[in-house]
Write a protein that binds this ligand. Structure first.
Ligand code: GTR
Length: 325
């Protein structure tokens, strides 16, 4: 009898413990547009793993990949309202909400990836995170996203070839201006609609990095890619200020640190997949045009007027970015 009571009490204790833990765990939803095996999604999972480990399971970040929670623009709106806790997105569509981000995505702004990372990890990156707060976002971390190239249904070898072509861009005024500066017609559109728009000829081309060109299958319907590398657009993890304001300082610090510590892993995934993507699309029949330095300069010159259109506060940040050695 005594034994039975002990077993009974042990069971009650175990149930209480599990229930107690379950009640204490905070579940946070993170929206991701890419598939499960894409380098940004892998970075999201690593970030989530570190947060869970370092909070002993008190904070669980659930990754909803493959647009399960919607396309980027709608997700960003939800994060702003507090309906979705956080998201990993390109800064382009976020810049439509927080103009300051344009300073980080102007064409031919960074010398290379290292330059970009120095900017993001330094005072400028921190400052941009602060600026997000006025629009009810919090900045959590940055991820790598390589350089973006144009790809089209018809061959493009020079900047002039893009004139008059309908090119899809992200829902970002700056990206619209970038494409218009080439005399092309910018068509802002959600990421998930681009494949069929290319297929049906609603658009003549789009632009993205190697991994997205492969993973979306766009290479099947836009077989010509030109490596003009017009811009590096950092990926960002943003959170809802409403949600994050409720966290303790300690938990917030754990989350921020976990995002930082996931970066090296994400960059490694990125670099490997970038090489593989380029190789794969070529094997599958894409034609790559590699503009020489003179042709690349023509792309740069065509896009220069975009800088003149920026307000002084953005130009000030651009100056600071250029000064980062
Ligand atoms: C990708 C980026 C996505 C999305 C997409 C697009 O490079 O990782 O978050 O913004 O581009 O062009 O819509």
């Amino acid at each position: 009898m005594k034994k039975l009571v002990v077993v009974f009490l042990a069971c009650v204790f175990a149930v209480a413990l599990v229930a107690g833990n379950a009640a204490a765990a905070t579940i946070m939803r993170l929206a991701e547009t890419h598939p499960q095996d894409y380098p940004t999604t892998k970075g999201d999972y690593e970030f989530a793993r570190l947060v869970k480990e370092r909070t002993q399971g008190r904070i669980v970040i659930e990754v909803y990949h493959s647009k399960q929670l919607g396309e980027e623009k709608a997700v960003i709106e939800q994060v702003q309202l507090g309906g979705i806790d956080m998201t990993r997105v390109s800064i382009s569509p976020v810049a439509a909400f927080v103009r300051d981000l344009d300073a980080l995505q102007l064409p031919y702004l960074y010398r290379d990836a290292d330059h970009m990372w120095k900017v993001l990890n330094g005072a400028i990156g921190k400052d941009i995170f602060k600026k997000l707060e006025a629009s009810n976002f919090v900045g959590i971390g940055w991820f790598e996203s390589g350089a973006r190239n144009f790809y089209t249904k018809k061959p493009v070898k020079t900047v002039g070839d893009l004139k008059g072509m309908k090119i899809r861009v992200q829902q970002s005024p700056l990206m619209v201006g970038l494409v218009e500066s080439l005399g092309a017609v910018a068509t802002p559109m959600a990421f998930g609609e681009v494949y069929s728009a290319l297929q049906t000829g609603v658009i003549d081309g789009a632009e993205n990095n190697w991994p997205s060109y492969l993973s979306t299958g766009h290479y099947e319907v836009a077989k010509y890619i030109i490596t003009d590398e017009h811009t590096r657009v950092p990926e960002i993890i943003i959170g809802s200020k409403r949600v994050f304001d409720k966290l303790s300082k300690e938990d917030r610090a754990i989350i921020d640190q976990a995002a930082k510590d996931a970066v090296a892993f994400q960059i490694k995934q990125w670099n490997d997949f970038e090489i593989l993507s380029e190789k794969t699309v070529v094997e599958k029949g894409s034609t790559v045009s590699r503009p020489d330095a003179a042709e690349k300069k023509k792309f740069m010159d065509a896009m220069k007027p975009l800088y003149d259109k920026q307000p002084p506060e953005i130009l000030k940040v651009v100056e600071q970015i250029r000064a980062v050695k």
